[in-house]
Write a protein that binds this ligand. Structure first.
Ligand code: PBE
Length: 269
């Protein structure tokens, strides 16, 4: 008989939302009768980007601002998806339209602490040089991360430590650090009563969620590309926040949350 096509390989980064988006792609694919595997939490942004370019994975969830600020040189920060698509095509990489939400970086503090110090904007941090910052490891040295933020706002803080993003919420909640980088769709922001500081210099671009995929799939697995494209526009920020909360605050598995969102019954989750 005919050889079975190799399963499509989906990757994700090392944080909950990325794993959920990977599962949404995998579960949608298997619901459409396409064999797909999800290699979860392969690493940070650069690991996933390289794995896609080298053909070790076929697709993964990414964010537009991450493409313009960290992965592609010489793009305007708020380049739209059409210009990203044009730029990625010669590299053999395809991009879906926005899944329907923006997950931007932001700077956050405990609301009570921010109120006590009168801090509402990132620029207010200039007047509080002793504050301790707990920044996620990737944010510490990204093109759109701490070095640029410090320069853009003239921030004076020197007590800056790197930490796993998943642990930084407890660190700020317990007072071990005073401010952290947030991902705006994180469920912990309201849960821990954090205040998102206004980005008054508009340092952060938009980070629309998308899937990137190898363009070769349009020949080898066009049905999978259709599945990815069908997820575009279907997830708004509220839905994404709710899915993140189900996993991070209520202990549900990413697979169960993805299947539930899609209205699919699975026995492989
Ligand atoms: N994020 C928030 C994005 C950038 C902003 C961490 C979800 C990422 O590149 O993974």
């Amino acid at each position: 008989g005919l050889a079975q096509a190799a399963p499509v390989r989906i990757g994700s980064k090392q944080f909950t939302e990325s794993v959920i988006l990977g599962e949404l792609a995998r579960v949608s694919a298997s619901d459409a009768g396409i064999e797909a595997v999800h290699r979860r939490e392969l690493g940070g942004t650069r690991i996933l980007w390289r794995a896609l370019q080298q053909g070790e994975i076929d697709a993964y969830p990414e964010y537009t601002g991450t493409l313009t600020q960290e992965l592609l040189a010489g793009m305007p920060a708020d380049a739209d998806i059409a210009s990203l698509r044009k730029r990625l095509e010669p590299m053999g990489i395809g991009i879906t339209d926005s899944l329907g939400f923006d997950n931007t970086y932001a700077i956050g503090m405990r609301d009570d602490e921010a109120a006590r110090l009168g801090i509402t904007r990132i620029s207010d941090l200039r007047d509080h040089p002793a504050l301790r910052l707990g920044l996620s490891n990737e944010f510490l040295d990204r093109g759109d991360g701490w070095p640029g933020l410090r320069r853009s706002y003239g921030l004076p803080q020197t007590r800056v430590s790197g930490m796993d993003h998943a642990l930084s919420y407890r660190a700020v909640a317990s007072g071990a650090v005073d401010a952290i980088d947030l991902y705006s769709t994180d469920a912990e922001i309201p849960y821990y009563h954090l205040r998102t500081l206004i980005d008054d210099r508009h340092y952060f671009p938009r980070y629309e969620a998308v899937y990137l995929y190898r363009l070769a799939l349009e020949q080898s697995s066009p049905a999978f590309v259709t599945v990815l494209r069908h997820l575009a526009g279907r997830i708004d920020a509220r839905a994404m926040r709710r899915m993140n909360a189900q996993v991070k605050l209520h202990g549900a598995s990413e697979s169960a949350v993805a299947a539930d969102f899609l209205g699919v019954r699975t026995d492989d989750s």
